[in-house]
Design a protein around this ligand. Structure first.
Ligand code: NAD
Length: 502
């Protein structure tokens, strides 16, 4: 019998359930079941997969209320947050791939270049079995997004949900367990050791969402078997407020971006750089918006409790470090006087990059604001980070917004908004630097779960030998030079208008 993990409701600090901490043998058995289901699923048409996944979405909608309850009980979220950022986000992803997935996986012809008598193309085929390891902050979305994408691409999946939110993972398993393709999704529960067993189990790809520190461990373990990895890691997302911004909108956006889900979003606004001329006015608006946040435990507030006790300790440590180095707590700064993991939305000023709150991921309800002399300084500070996940710039000047977007070192940028680029499923999502590698969402996301195979066919079966075969023709060198001059020489180049497809 496996040892058990206790899962708790962070709103009240009470025990919810005990789930097994699965051993490497149990993980191997789950991978074996997914492998056995793989041949049939990989051989199914895209239309069959689409039908199946739309049926899963119907079941999701039928059980929406109980899923919301399960998510809120393990994370402390408000039901409104669970509905929009978990269930609706997943429905959107299924919809996008149902509509666009077949086109993204269709074979693509490629220009033959010098091999003008050939017919080259790219085609996409499933990888096999994909291991998905997910975190606790969006336990439904961040498990289901890679999972359904892998399935659309023809793979089967073994999911290892976070040990903090395993019953959400088990509920996902139930959505898939009920019909003819019951084995295409396997769920294994447990902590880091179970996750590592999955990484080492011989799956064909690992999709890991979690902290950069664990991501490095996953990549190291995966290197032993050369298992490819897609890593969705942490962030320290900057927000830049230009002097000409709509300050009311920017303040509302900053407060929502920093405090929704109690700041436990990889794309939370984690630091704000605001031009000095509007800093004080912007701060006033931020403070007044923050005071209006309803943080009650009735289930109808704006934000809920935090999820994970060690995360609350990290928030407290970042605040203490910032204050010790000269920061001012303009609002909040304390744990609420009630059971569970409740922390006040907190606004910090007088911060700089000597403080951990400006350089390390805080992942809690903290909004540090720094005055800068101009946009160039803001961009320089925004890029002064080991992370590069999401980012935002707020200005009324469209050209300035687009220039800053181009200069920010991040996988995603929002102009006059924050976080919600993720909600546009057609846009690829992922990080640069230590925020990860690989993309989910969009065509790029689907192709992450596919082998791309290059096929070189013939226009028609040629009767003659290829010119480079043995014996090499006597004047092959001269022929080669003549061919190069014809194709790449100055006269050829001047004939080119714009960029060539090749
Ligand atoms: P974590 O890294 O502690 O754990 C993530 C998962 O990895 C869990 O399921 C855990 O059991 C598993 N795990 C732990 N050790 C492992 C090992 N050695 N091998 C394999 N698996 C192992 O992260 P967390 O605390 O659950 O989540 C918060 C972090 O996730 C934050 O840093 C946040 O920014 C990041 N995150 C990133 C994204 C994104 O899309 N980029 C989204 C959400 C969260």
């Amino acid at each position: 019998m496996s040892p058990s993990i206790e899962t708790r409701d962070p709103r009240t600090d009470t025990v919810i359930a005990l789930v097994p901490e699965m051993s490497p043998n149990e993980v191997a058995a789950a991978v074996g079941r997914a492998r056995a289901a793989s041949a049939r699923w990989a051989g199914s048409s895209f239309e069959d997969r689409r039908r199946h996944l739309l049926r899963v979405r119907d079941r999701l909608l039928d059980s929406a209320e109980s899923l919301v309850e399960t998510i809120c009980a393990e994370t402390g979220k408000q039901p409104s947050e669970a509905v929009t950022t978990e269930l609706m986000a997943v429905c959107e992803t299924i919809e996008w791939y149902a509509r666009n997935g077949a086109a993204a996986l269709r074979p693509v012809p490629v220009a033959p270049g010098t091999m003008f008598h050939k017919r080259p193309w790219k085609e996409y085929s499933p990888l096999g079995v994909v291991g998905v390891i997910s975190p606790w902050n969006y336990p439904f979305t961040l498990s289901m997004t890679p999972l359904v994408t892998a399935l659309f691409a023809g793979n089967t999946v073994v999911l290892k949900p976070s040990e903090v939110t395993p019953t959400v993972g088990l509920a996902i398993g139930e959505l898939f367990a009920t019909d003819e393709h019951g084995d295409i999704v396997q769920v294994v529960t447990g902590g880091g050791a179970t996750g590592e067993a999955l990484v080492r189990s011989g799956v064909d790809k690992i999709v890991f969402t979690g902290s950069a520190a664990t991501g490095k461990r996953v990549m190291r373990a995966a290197s032993d078997t050369l298992t490819p990895v897609l890593l969705e890691l942490g962030g320290k997302d900057p927000m830049i407020v230009a002097a000409d911004a709509d300050l009311d909108r920017a303040a509302k956006g900053a407060v929502w971006g920093a405090f929704q889900n109690s700041g436990q979003t990889c794309m939370s606004v984690e630091r704000v750089y605001v031009e000095r001329s509007v800093h004080d006015e912007f701060l006033e608006r931020v403070l007044s918006e923050t005071r209006r946040i309803r943080q009650d435990d009735s289930g109808s507030g704006d934000i809920g409790s935090m999820t994970f006790a060690p995360q609350l300790e990290k928030v407290t440590a970042h605040l203490a470090d910032a204050v010790a180095r000269g920061a001012t707590v303009a609002l909040g700064g304390n744990r609420l006087d009630r059971a569970g993991l409740w922390f006040e939305p907190t606004v910090l000023t007088d911060v700089d990059h000597s403080m951990s709150v400006m350089t390390e991921e805080t992942f809690g309800p903290v909004l540090p604001m720094m005055a800068v002399s101009d946009i160039d300084e803001a961009v320089r500070l925004a890029n002064d980070s080991q992370y590069g996940l999401n980012s935002s710039v707020w200005t009324r000047d469209r050209a300035l917004g687009e220039q800053v977007a181009t200069r920010l070192e991040a996988g995603n940028v929002c102009i006059n908004d924050c976080i919600v680029s993720y909600a546009v499923t057609g846009l690829p999502f992922g990080g640069v630097k230590e925020s990860g590698m690989g993309r989910v969402h969009g065509s790029e996301g689907l192709r992450e779960f596919s082998h791309v195979k290059a096929v070189l066919g013939q226009k028609k079966l040629p009767s003659m030998r290829e010119p480079w075969w043995f014996p090499v023709p006597v004047h092959m060198d001269r022929l080669g030079i003549a061919t190069m001059r014809l194709r790449f020489g100055r006269s050829a180049s001047t004939r080119l208008k714009g960029l060539r497809r090749n």
